[in-house]
Design a protein around this ligand. Structure first.
Ligand SMILES: Cc1cc2nc3c(=O)[nH]c(=O)nc-3n(C[C@H](O)[C@H](O)[C@H](O)COP(=O)(O)OP(=O)(O)OC[C@H]3O[C@@H](n4cnc5c(N)ncnc54)[C@H](O)[C@@H]3O)c2cc1C
Length: 485
């Protein structure tokens, strides 16, 4: 029997446009597919609760896809280095293929394994399955990574579109898993990735279809329903104006190359949506920019990029943090966002910016507290996009929002959720208020509140901070940082 090739899946849970899998198939050898869940790898950020829920579905779906190709997915749990070496030895594999990953601890372990396995005579090959461009491929004239998004975006566009996505294999040459490894394999159920009691994710399956087929459905639905008008509608949380592809991208159920090619071909067919397509691709490229930052700044989630922020006196008010987390701040757009997050595992981008600004600027709470809550509750919680987004809003990140930009939650609500549909969907207790007061219930007269069945401070909270006062306090605090050395 020919020696097998190992295909190691890691956050690239798809069979189409998967470069490592494609090369494994091309080798003509029998293929053994596996995943390792390592919960002890030092320095590696473990997925939060909502991401674990997603991961369960991703692995289940990939397993089914592989079974359809006469193969299967073997799951292992424990120390990555030990398990991968053990698999290589036990299977007598001639080669191991994987797609690259970008967190520092992951890079370190992959490099160490590459050296050790190569020294054993194993052919180790890694590919780009996650990004349009590798972080080191896009550089400024001095060969350094861009610090500003716009020139980065231009540099990506100048390179032209990515290569055509690779087809899904129609069959995998089945390999044989040796008996010696059977005892080491684990079942998906034994990993307890989904919550049991309390099952806070019980509403998620009605909203999300995890896995590669779900990713393709979301892309098709987006093109049908929302690509036309995306540039404008993407700012409106009350409508489905964006793709909701983020958790699928996070777990590699779809590749950015597939998105790029499908969207640009659809654009030709739809006609007249060039501006919408460009805007959409520019968002996909923001993700690339975030990954470049993560690659060059591995401590993105723990250290403010602007070192002056090391001296910032963050508040430690636990009651305010809890009100923000629970969606009981008394500011309807903030509360709607935080409840959308809890109920669906996702939040609209505009609202992510509003709630993040509220936490950091109105409450002066540390951006890392907000980032950690998002990390635990978002199904798309991403090691690059999430800390980057938080640092951007806090004003301490690369090419970040200026310190004096303090979103007014009332005017933001009135501008982007004009009819209050979004707030009504997630804050039903104030849903009967007229549009004029849906974003500022405290300005409604006692008669109007009464008629809408709202008792401020009883059925819905009064604002936990006064906007004008909080704004002044934030400006003062952020100005001090600006002058710090
Ligand atoms: C504080 C904060 C935290 C965030 N945390 C995450 C996170 O953990 N995971 C995550 O995927 N995104 C995060 N984002 C970025 C953005 O909010 C989401 O990617 C977007 O809302 C996902 O919805 P969508 O797929 O419908 O987006 P679409 O508008 O359809 O965009 C398509 C894709 O482009 C990428 N993208 C869009 N906007 C951004 C952006 N601002 N930055 C980076 N990539 C972007 C995403 O991969 C997205 O799926 C965060 C933004 C902020 C302000």
């Amino acid at each position: 029997m020919a020696r097998p090739v190992l295909m190691w899946f890691r956050d690239d849970y798809r069979i189409s446009d998967n470069p490592a899998l494609h090369e494994a198939v091309k080798s003509g050898a029998p293929i053994l597919c596996f995943v390792v869940l390592d919960q002890e790898l030092p320095g590696l950020r473990q997925p939060g609760g909502a991401a674990r829920w997603w991961l369960h579905g991703s692995l289940q779906s990939l397993g089914h896809s592989l079974e359809g190709l006469d193969s299967r997915l073997a799951l292992f749990h424990g120390s990555t280095e030990e398990i991968v070496e053990r698999i290589v030895i036990a299977t007598d594999a001639s080669a191991i293929f994987w797609n690259r990953r970008y967190q520092e601890a992951e890079i370190a372990i992959d490099s160490a394994l590459k050296t050790r396995l190569t020294n054993r005579g194993v052919d180790v090959r890694s590919f780009n399955g996650k990004l349009l461009n590798e972080p080191w491929e896009i550089a400024n004239k001095s060969g350094k990574p861009f610090q500003i998004y716009t020139p980065y975006f231009r540099a990506v566009m100048t390179r032209g579109g990515p290569q055509t996505p690779l087809p899904a294999p129609s069959k995998l040459k089945a390999g044989h898993w040796p008996d010696s490894l059977h005892g080491a394999e684990v079942t998906l159920a034994s990993l307890h990735l989904e919550p049991l009691e309390p099952n806070w994710a019980k509403g998620f399956p009605a909203i999300w279809k995890r896995g590669e087929a779900g990713a393709q459905d979301s892309l098709a639905a987006f093109i049908d329903r929302a690509l036309h008008g995306y540039a404008e509608n993407r700012e409106r949380p009350g409508i489905e104006g964006t793709s909701r592809l983020s958790p699928h991208l996070r777990f590699g159920e779809i590749s950015p190359r597939q998105i790029w090619h499908t969207v640009t071909s659809a654009s030709a067919a739809l006609g007249g949506v060039t501006g919408d397509v460009e805007k959409f691709l520019s968002e996909v490229i923001w993700r690339e920019f975030c990954y470049q930052q993560l690659f060059y700044n591995p401590d993105l989630a723990t250290r403010s990029h602007d070192s002056r922020f090391a001296q910032f006196h963050w508040s430690t008010n636990a009651a305010n943090l809890e009100a923000w987390q629970r969606g009981t701040t008394g500011y309807p757009i903030v509360d709607a966002g935080m409840r959308q997050l809890w109920q669906t595992g996702w939040m609209h981008n505009r609202v992510r910016m509003i709630v993040a600004s509220f936490l950091v600027k109105h409450l002066l709470l540390d951006w890392r507290d907000g980032e950690a809550w998002f990390w635990d509750t978002l199904v798309d919680a991403d090691p690059a996009n999430n800390p980057f987004g938080w640092q951007w809003v806090a004003g301490c990140g690369l090419d970040a929002a200026p310190y004096y930009r303090i979103f007014n939650p009332v005017t933001q609500g009135e501008k982007f959720d004009e009819t209050g549909d979004y707030v009504r969907a997630f804050v039903p207790e104030i849903g009967r208020l007229p549009n004029a007061f849906i974003h500022k219930p405290w300005e409604a007269s006692p008669e109007i509140l009464d008629k809408a069945g709202v008792r401020l401070g009883v059925t819905y909270p009064k604002p936990i901070v006064d906007h004008a006062a909080a704004r002044e306090r934030a400006l003062h605090a952020f100005q001090e940082v600006r002058h710090a050395k």
